[in-house]
Design a protein around this ligand. Structure first.
Ligand SMILES: Nc1nc2c(c(=O)[nH]1)N[C@H]1C(S)=C(S)[C@@H](COP(=O)(O)O)O[C@H]1N2
Ligand SMILES: [Mo]
Length: 527
């Protein structure tokens, strides 16, 4: 049936074109993997382009992504990049059937774009960072050129030899299969080399022996954890602790070679290493950390037992004075190994609160996700203005002279944590049986403390909740309130008052520019 076989040939050619394009992209990315592993994992094209995309994303979109996809925001971004690349590759593959040279040059162009992105990362290690994208693109372009040549003959049928079409198809299949196998091999090699990359850092973490603190955390008062099912754990286990950062590839820093430089306005430049910090008198404190992107009722808040070096001491030794004592620098800018910058008020860091360079979290060294080997913490400030992970540099400057990463992107220069109360139980849209229901949750106002929590059902009167003891003003505080649930739909609302006597305002505000405000409420149905 010549008609059918004609149709098959007509579909075969474009299909072969698309396959050529996809294999070209796959090979380019796969070859870039081992090259990146040998130069720098962060310089890989997907990572470089993804990181550039993160930096260029407008603040509202980024905030939306964090709120919507949460800790999966990076997976979603990478998925988006892969989908976009797949479509582009398919189009290039089709184009290559006619314009083989131009389409292959197009692949090179994407390589150049990846290289430019890699070279412009704040943590670029130099010209070598261009290599993964460029080498990948050269191989990808060659693959497209070769495969498109074969693909354009698929379905070609000289009048006399009916066997040629099948022959061309089989030829294309053989070459493309070989290419796919080679690409997968290159990718696997990259993975293997990459695994080796973080090994030194992992070994240095394994080797850390945390000393006993000179100033242990005060014992938690009895009852900080209320015996109510569904309430948060007072101390958040590491595996449940929220993670918010811009790192597509979590930095793996070797504690053995890690250094922290303190420099800037009015200070003697100092460099500290990890062993030196470990040998200093350490403080251990329970501190609640909150993200400015946390919506009312949101999950980006957690409490851990941190072990660290008092930051004010280090700064004083370097000659730093707070502005209130005549110091010229009012902003302390922390920089991480991946180029993130965060700025805290020098006054807050030195006012006697437990600002620290943390080396330990919940009894162990910092997990890589949370900043190993060293991160900063300043109780009372949102994470983006204080809690630098993978820190490597502290610069004394002024708020006038320098805007850190998030401030350049529409967030506030100064951001003390806003007072918030969250209902942990019942869960939103819970279905409950009539009778006594324990409404319970957490409230926080770091460094001011929580003095009162009130609960209201529907438009009823505010009722004082029972408060668990306050561990410190720097931690959240649990609360519970028995409610006699009657059949029907009900809205439960909570509000907190902080140690300065301020009660949360009802007015809901967005997270941008300095944190969400407003009362949390939960709707539940009693049947
Ligand atoms: N290097 C680096 N440090 C960072 C960030 C980051 O993106 N990069 N994010 C900050 C933000 S916005 C918050 S809320 C906290 C979150 O710390 P966690 O991930 O340990 O919970 O880290 C802060 N430190
Ligand atoms: Mo944050």
């Amino acid at each position: 049936m010549p008609g059918v076989s004609n149709l098959r040939d007509r579909i075969a050619r474009p299909t072969a074109g698309i396959v050529s394009g996809l294999l070209s992209a796959l090979t380019a990315l796969a070859v870039a993997e081992p090259v990146a592993a040998l130069t720098r994992p962060q310089a890989g094209p997907v990572n470089a382009v993804g990181s550039a995309a993160i930096d260029l994303t407008p603040a509202p979109v980024k905030d939306f992504a964090i709120r919507t996809f949460g800790e999966n925001d990076k997976t979603v971004l990478q998925l988006g990049i892969v989908i976009a690349l797949t479509l582009l590759a398919a189009v290039l593959g089709l184009a290559a059937l006619r314009y083989r040279r131009a389409a292959s040059a197009g692949v090179l162009l994407f390589g150049v774009a990846g290289a430019v992105a890699a070279l412009n990362r704040p943590d670029t290690a130099g010209p070598a960072d261009a290599l993964p994208s460029l080498v990948g693109a050269v191989v990808g372009a060659a693959v497209l050129y070769l495969l498109a040549g074969k693909a354009s003959r698929v379905g070609a049928r000289p009048a006399s030899e009916s066997a040629t079409a099948g022959f061309n198809r089989r030829g294309f299949l053989a070459v493309s299969t070989a290419t796919a196998v080679a690409a997968v091999g290159a990718g696997a090699l990259g993975r293997a080399l990459n695994g080796r990359h973080g090994r030194g850092a992992a070994a240095s973490r394994q080797a850390v022996r945390l000393p006993a603190p000179a100033s242990p955390a005060p014992a938690l008062p009895k009852g900080v954890q209320l015996p109510v099912a569904g309430i948060s754990s007072f101390t958040t286990p590491v595996k449940d602790f929220y993670r918010v950062d811009t790192a597509l590839e979590v930095p793996k820093v070797d504690a053995g070679t890690w250094q922290l430089r303190i420099h800037g306005k009015g200070v003697r430049t100092r460099v500290h290493n990890f062993a030196e910090l470990l040998a200093r008198p350490l403080i251990e404190r329970d501190i609640t950390l909150t993200c400015v992107s946390n919506e009312v009722g949101g999950p980006y808040v957690g409490t851990a037992r941190w072990l660290g070096v008092p930051l004010a001491d280090l700064l004083r030794e370097a000659g730093v004075r707070p502005p209130s004592r005549g110091g010229k620098a009012d902003q302390l800018v922390a920089r991480s190994v991946d180029g993130m910058t965060l700025g805290s008020p020098v006054e807050d860091v030195m006012d006697g609160r437990d600002a620290m360079l943390a080396l330990g979290m919940n009894g162990g060294p910092l997990p890589f996700d949370h900043g190993f080997p060293v991160r900063m913490l300043v109780p009372g400030l949102y994470g983006y203005v204080s809690a630098c992970k993978w820190i490597t540099d502290l610069e004394l400057t002024t708020f006038d002279a320098y805007d850190p990463y998030w401030v350049k992107r529409a967030w506030a220069r100064r951001a003390p944590v806003k007072t918030q109360a969250r209902i942990d139980t019942p869960k939103p849209f819970a279905r409950l049986s009539p009778g006594t229901v324990q409404v319970a949750g957490v409230a926080w106002a770091q460094h001011r403390g929580i003095t009162r929590v009130e609960v209201r059902v529907d438009d009823g009167p505010w009722k004082d909740a029972d408060l668990a003891p306050q561990a410190s003003t720097d931690t959240w505080r649990q609360w519970s309130s028995p409610w006699n649930a009657l059949p029907g739909g009900h809205t439960i609302t909570v509000r907190a008052t902080d140690g300065t006597g301020q009660t949360q305002t009802e007015q809901r505000t967005r997270t941008i520019p300095d944190g969400a405000a407003g009362w949390h409420n939960v709707f539940a149905t009693v049947t």
